[in-house]
Design a protein around this ligand. Structure first.
Ligand code: FE2
Length: 198
């Protein structure tokens, strides 16, 4: 749990004052991560820590390439001395390779931060980000994708990247929802929070 508190404090320091809306989003993503604990077991703390850290690359103090997954992961590796898995999760959150390709940074990203093996942990981070709006409110995956398209507008690099990443994002969401359904079935009668609930 110490990792979660460390991650929360680091993200709060980097985002809360300068980028309050991004901090609201981050807190929403972390809250959703906490709800996925039943499917992640021992990795639940890592997911919540990664959720707090996934967007720190937007912080003006550490944005260097302008590609926030890479800037955030480099800061975690070089300045914060974070665990390698946390760096890789942040570097590749929400299928970031697609945007890296659009920006000509795919080789850099992949050589510095090998993608985490396709796992429930990586899928869960993508799911939490892709079901949380910019103000921290819960959205469905299609609502979130539409929100990104409308915020950036047609033809924008981010819109093109998210269109290319959509099958990867949807596959992650399906994997998480299947794991949740399995846990609910196995624990019928026990209370398992429903992350679909608003
Ligand atoms: Fe995010």
């Amino acid at each position: 749990m110490a990792d979660v508190e460390w991650a929360r404090e680091l993200a709060r320091r980097l985002l809360a004052e300068r980028l309050p809306r991004r901090w609201a989003h981050t807190q929403g993503v972390a809250a959703r991560a906490a709800m996925l604990a039943p499917i992640l077991g021992e990795e639940a703390g890592t997911l919540t820590a990664a959720a707090y850290l996934h967007d720190i690359g937007y912080a003006p103090d550490l944005a260097t390439t302008g590609f926030h997954p890479l800037d955030g992961a480099r800061y975690l590796r070089d300045v914060a001395g974070a665990d390698a898995m946390l760096c890789r999760l942040v570097a590749h959150h929400s299928c970031a390779t697609f945007e890296a390709t659009e920006r000509g940074l795919a080789e850099t990203l992949l050589s510095e931060f090998p993608p985490p093996e396709r796992s429930l942990l990586a899928d869960a981070l993508t799911y939490c980000d892709m079901t949380t709006g910019p103000d921290g409110r819960h959205l469905s995956v299609p609502e979130r994708l539409a929100e990104i398209h409308s915020r950036y507008g047609p033809g924008h690099l981010v819109s093109r990247s998210i269109a290319a990443a959509t099958p990867c994002i949807l596959a992650a969401a399906r994997a998480v929802e299947a794991a949740l359904a399995q846990v609910r079935q196995a624990g019928a009668g026990q209370e398992v929070a429903d992350p679909q609930a608003h």
